[in-house]
Each structure stands twice: as structure tokens, then as C-alpha cells.
Design a protein. Structure first.
Length: 355
């Protein structure tokens, strides 16, 4: 986590209650406010501090101006026994994704798998934040997202943006704890690019490309006219792989939802794909665990390139950090609480004390 050692720490439950109170203060229904706050805090617990409470001030602004819908239900566009398409009506993304998993889980238990495509969701925050509990229950969950309202990633070989970073996440059951993959089709994200640019910092590597096609370690190239782009996963050498992944996610989100980049934009939001598999419905839950555990053990046993940094599985560090922060307090990035204190003062919500 960025600046973890210097950041003030807060009780996780207190942060969730604080976030919920702020969201309710701008009119979000109680169940939605609770889900959004819990998902954002979960992002911080797992160390994804650009996609945790960092997002809350923006969400509050969206609710205040009516760009995020504060009440009601999604509209069902189509539904079969284990497949559905929802119009999210720009309702909060974390609430919609939790709803989608809750819809899909019993249908996956019955049919083996269930799939939902959601058009017109608002932003869905940290994808990894949805994975742990279903995986511990033997469910393999896949979540993918795109945002048709913006573009910051060029197709491989191009210089003009077409895609967003287009994340995809997979929660994989394993006996020692879930494997939680959360990656993007681009080298870095818009959130990290914005944070580095605001701090006047450069990236660790050349993660961006200027408008003339030159690789750069400076996120400021995204804000020029014409703008530069974020490089696809694989960069200039193997970016065709990230490009292919971005196209796949566009098909799973905008394609299946029937709404995306071909349609007029409505502002910050998401088109979402959620798929839930019941591992017991295939070769059996025990057989699945035998295979996933073997792979986990083999990865751990692989001789590390750097002896001081043994091989770990995706999500392993996040789950360890989550346990530590539940015990010692959540180390918030220094810029988060000042932004929320302004909202707290405006809405009359007490600010939680740091530990």
C-alpha cells in the first residue's frame, strides 16, 4: 500500500459506518449505502488504495448532482434460467455487482454456472473486493468491466485511445485460501495515472505513450492535447496480448449487454460481466481443490529469481494485509481523509478518530 508506514490507521468497521453515513447523507438508500461503503473499505483492506475510499468523494459528488441513481432497482432486459441482462439505471456499481453475485450463486448451484451482463451501471470500484467470500464457498467468480464513457488505452499499434483499462478478476477456490486474480488489459490504471500526475511523480517504468507514439514514464502525457495513452498490457513488445484481452472484455461487457461504446455516453460508469461457477457441478468440489491446490503448491515451490522474494499467488498479499489491517487498523492513503472531511463537515457526519 502506498505510504502504508506513514498513513494514519482507522478501524475498518468505523470507516464502513462513516462511509455509509456520508452516502446516506446525500440520499442513497440504506442497503445501497451499506454495500458501497463495505466494498470501498474492502478495497483498502486488500491494499487497492486507488479503488477503495479514494473513490468515495467522487461517488458523493455523483449522487449530489444526480449522475448516480440513489434509489430503486435495476431493470431486467432479458432473463433465462441462468442468464440475465440488467439495465443498471446508473445505480451504484458495488450494490449491483453484489446483487448480481447473489442472483447468480443459487442458479450456479442448480445449473453449474450463471451469467449476468449489466448495462448502465455506475462505477464498480475494486473487482477483487467481491471475490473472497464466494471462493470460500466453492464458487468460482469472474467479473469484468469496461467504461464506455471514456477512453485512455490505444489498440496495439495505434496512438489514439479506444479502450479503458478494462479490468477482469477471478476468484479461485483453494484449500489454503482463495486465489484472487485482479488485472487490467492495460499496464496501469486511470486511477494510478491520475494519482501520480497529481503528485508530480513518474511511473516506475514506461507505462504510457505520448500522442506521437513515444513510450514515456510520465503520466502527464495523458493530459496533453492531443492526449497520450496508457500502454496495453505487454507494452510495445507484447501489447497485442493486452489488446486481445481488452477486445475480449469489450465483448463480454458491452457486447453481451448490448450497450457500450457504440452508444451515447452518460458519464462515469461501467458495463459489467459477472459469471458464477459452482465447482461441485463439474468434476466435484474436491476434485477442483485437488487440482487448484497442486498448482498453488507448485507455484510456491518454484525457485524464486530473488531468494528474498518467494513466489506468491495473486491475492495472497492482499489477504494477509487484510488480516493485518483488521487487527491494527486500515492505513489510509494520506489524501483520502482530507477529501472526506470536507463532505463530513457539509453533511454533519462525525469523522472517525485515527488509532
Amino acid at each position: 500500500m502506498t505510504n502504508e508506514n506513514k498513513a494514519a490507521r482507522y478501524d475498518a468497521a468505523a470507516l464502513a459506518a462513516f462511509g455509509e453515513a456520508l452516502l446516506r447523507g446525500v440520499g442513497l438508500e440504506a442497503d445501497k449505502a451499506r454495500d458501497v461503503a463495505e466494498v470501498l473499505v474492502e478495497g483498502d483492506l486488500l491494499g487497492h488504495d486507488t479503488h477503495g475510499l479514494h473513490l468515495l468523494a467522487g461517488y458523493l459528488g455523483e449522487l449530489e448532482k444526480g449522475s448516480m441513481t440513489a434509489s430503486g432497482e435495476p431493470k431486467v432486459i432479458a432473463e433465462r434460467s441462468a442468464v440475465a441482462t440488467w439495465d443498471g439505471r446508473r445505480l451504484p456499481g458495488p450494490w449491483l455487482v453484489r446483487r448480481a453475485i447473489a442472483w447468480g450463486a443459487p442458479r450456479a448451484r442448480e445449473h453449474g454456472a450463471a451469467t449476468i451482463a449489466i448495462r448502465r451501471s455506475h462505477h464498480i470500484a475494486c473487482l477483487a473486493a467481491y471475490l473472497e467470500q464466494p471462493a470460500r464457498e466453492g464458487l468460482l467468480v469472474v467479473i469484468a468491466s469496461s467504461d464506455a464513457a471514456t477512453a485512455s488505452v490505444a489498440p496495439f499499434g495505434g496512438t489514439q485511445p479506444v479502450f479503458t483499462p478494462n479490468p477482469i478478476a477471478v476468484g479461485i477456490p483453494a484449500s489454503a485460501g482463495p486465489v484472487m486474480v485482479d488485472i487490467s488489459a492495460s499496464i496501469t490504471t486511470n486511477g494510478m495515472s491520475n494519482r501520480l500526475k497529481a503528485a508530480g511523480r513518474r511511473g516506475a517504468h514506461r507505462w504510457w505513450m505520448d500522442a506521437d507514439g513515444n513510450p514515456s514514464d510520465d503520466p502527464a502525457v495523458l493530459f496533453t492535447q492531443p492526449p497520450g495513452t496508457i500502454l496495453p498490457l505487454g507494452g510495445l513488445d507484447a501489447g497485442h496480448k493486452g489488446y486481445g484481452l481488452a477486445l475480449t472484455i469489450e465483448a463480454l461487457t458491452g457486447g453481451l449487454a448490448g450497450h457500450g461504446r457504440a452508444d451515447p455516453t452518460e458519464g462515469w460508469g461501467a458495463t459489467v460481466f459477472v459469471q458464477v461457477y459452482d465447482t461441485a457441478a463439474f468434476a466435484g468440489a474436491d476434485a477442483f481443490l485437488r487440482q487448484s491446490d497442486w498448482v498453488v503448491d507448485a507455484c510456491h515451490a518454484s525457485k524464486p529469481r530473488d531468494p528474498a522474494r518467494p513466489v506468491r499467488l495473486p491475492g495472497e498479499r492482499g489477504l494477509a494485509l487484510r488480516a493485518e489491517q483488521l487487527d491494527k487498523g486500515v492505513a489510509l492513503h494520506p489524501g483520502i481523509m482530507p477529501a472526506l472531511e470536507a463532505w463530513a463537515g457539509k453533511l454533519g457526519v462525525p469523522v472517525p478518530a485515527a488509532r
